[in-house]
Design a protein around this ligand. Structure first.
Ligand code: GLN
Length: 497
């Protein structure tokens, strides 16, 4: 087959081409590496190592030739630079980890490699996954000498979303067939929505966090991002499963074949529509696209049921207390002794800690460490942290109440389409507020996904968010797949791609 069409294939089709030896894993890898180079102005990749990628690809070609190929043998993917990898540097978008090499692979990376995937490189993200626009990265993208913005392929003057911005851009611009991301408060769903691709965050604990550089451990969860639900299902099946020796919060729930129920009928499916997701803050263009998708669901036999998630607004203060609290503890390991950056000139140990951390962390990370330390400190713990934990429980309970009358929940992913680079300037609250619709499912540990639902203002993509009850990933993917059978939003490519 002609290699020009390779980047338009879905993961399943590409895997079939590879197994039938119509294209080799090495050819596929080279094709995507060439595309990554041709579109490096988008800033998606932060590390590429052709030698390492081609060595992995040749090993997959050998397995295919020997008839021992795993299901995704030779499918090239790329990882958010929050997963540690032996073959590539791992920086989490931070100066603190500039040039850091992990001696081991994250479990998710290992599992995808065991499924036959070949790693194309590492993808840009907000520093330690803190952000909503990928504007907090300290990494210089491939082809740049200094940090440069990650650009949305639908409009290069707009942000791709965050924190998995590089991941979303790589898929939207066809620089990888599918990728990994992580979602602590929306970082898979929101960039997927802003870049017109599909992404799913599974139930908290389904995918191992081992080797995922920690931000907020009770929220962090890995998931796939691809063009379609079908592609996401294939990757998710490979990524999930218990990891008891390495991640104590990984659940003892076996991996599942998430592709098995993609085509199930939606007849009689009850889709809950939370009133709080359609209030004042929602932009009209996003509302119109989301309502269009909901109409499609009605045509497919689903019933829309009004529900309430009364504490939606509180998810912002609750998340921005709990996540920084956990971050302040997790990031204490970056002290100049154990990994990464160490200040050059210092007088004693404490001075070394101070200078290392002052130099190594960016503004947003410092802000969160300070907030986190404050809310955990004696005298404030009860007023902020404990209070936030109580409301977190109530938010989770609200979902259980809602799931009594519906099978899944649908609404917008974000209140608007992707904003302009620099538009939120130095106002972190503007970014925090835009997380309102993704935070509730994160706080409850529920699976959530973003599915392309159309286009809004400035021709920018709009995502529909689907939220399921615990372990309902198959149902989410089924609903997403059926919508994608009825619409073509996920197949459209940005101009010039
Ligand atoms: N935007 C949210 C934050 O800044 C979520 C980030 C994430 O999910 N990693 O914390």
């Amino acid at each position: 087959m002609s290699s020009t069409a390779l980047h338009d294939l879905g993961v399943a089709q590409l895997a079939a081409e590879l197994r039938a030896k119509r294209v080799s894993a090495a050819e596929a890898a080279r094709h995507f590496l060439d595309r990554a180079k041709a579109h490096q102005n988008l800033g998606a990749y932060v590390a590429i190592d052709e030698g390492a990628t081609l060595a992995q690809a040749r090993a997959q070609d050998a397995a295919i030739a020997a008839g021992t190929a795993a299901p995704l043998a030779g499918v090239p993917i790329a990882h958010k630079d929050i997963f540690v990898t032996r073959d590539f540097p791992s920086t989490a978008g931070s100066k603190m980890l500039d040039g850091y090499r992990s001696p081991f692979d994250a479990t998710v990376v290992t599992k995808l490699a065991e499924a036959g995937c070949v790693t194309l490189g590492k993808l840009n993200c907000d520093e330690f996954a803190m952000g909503s626009a990928n504007e907090n990265s300290a990494a210089a993208p491939v082809g740049f000498d200094a940090p440069a913005p990650v650009r949305n392929p639908w409009d290069a003057e707009r942000i791709p979303g965050g924190s998995s911005g590089g991941s979303a851009v790589a898929v939207a611009a066809r620089l990888a067939p599918a990728v990994t991301g992580t979602d602590t408060g929306g970082s898979i769903r929101q960039p997927a929505s802003f870049c017109g691709i599909t992404g799913i965050k599974p139930t908290y604990g389904r995918a191992s966090r081992y080797g995922m550089i920690a931000f907020a451990s009770s929220l962090d969860q890995a998931g796939p991002m691809g063009r379609s639900a079908e592609d996401c299902a294939l990757l998710l099946s490979a990524m999930c499963g218990p990891d008891p020796d390495r991640d104590s919060t990984s659940l003892d729930v076996p991996a599942e074949d998430f592709s098995a129920k993609l085509n199930d009928s939606l007849d009689g499916l009850r889709i809950g529509i939370p009133a709080e997701f359609f209030g004042e803050g929602l932009q009209d263009d996003v509302r119109a696209a989301v309502e269009g998708a909901l109409k499609e669901y009605e045509k497919l036999g689903a019933k829309l049921v009004p529900i309430s998630l009364p504490r939606t607004e509180l998810s912002i203060p609750v998340y921005y207390v709990i996540a920084p609290a956990e971050a302040s503890s997790n990031l204490s390991r970056f002290d100049g002794v154990k990994f990464g950056h160490r200040a050059k000139d210092y007088t004693d140990l404490v001075d070394m800690y101070k200078k290392t951390r002052a130099e190594g962390f960016g503004d947003e990370v410092k802000r969160r460490i300070m907030i986190g330390t404050y809310v955990l400190s004696h005298g404030y713990y009860d007023a902020y942290y404990l209070q936030a934990q109580k409301i977190r429980r109530m938010i989770a309970d609200d979902f259980q109440q809602a799931f009594k009358s519906c099978d899944l929940i649908a609404g917008p992913v974000a209140p608007s389409v992707a904003w302009k680079l620099g538009e939120h300037g130095s106002d972190p609250l503007a970014d925090y507020l835009a997380d309102i619709f993704t935070l509730p499912a994160s706080l409850a540990g529920l699976p959530g996904m973003s599915v392309p639902a159309g286009f809004g203002a400035h021709g920018m993509p709009v995502g529909l968010q689907l939220i399921g009850n615990y372990f309902q990933e198959s149902r989410l993917l089924n609903a997403a797949h059926r919508l994608q059978q009825a619409t073509d939003f996920h197949l459209r490519a940005p101009e010039g791609i």
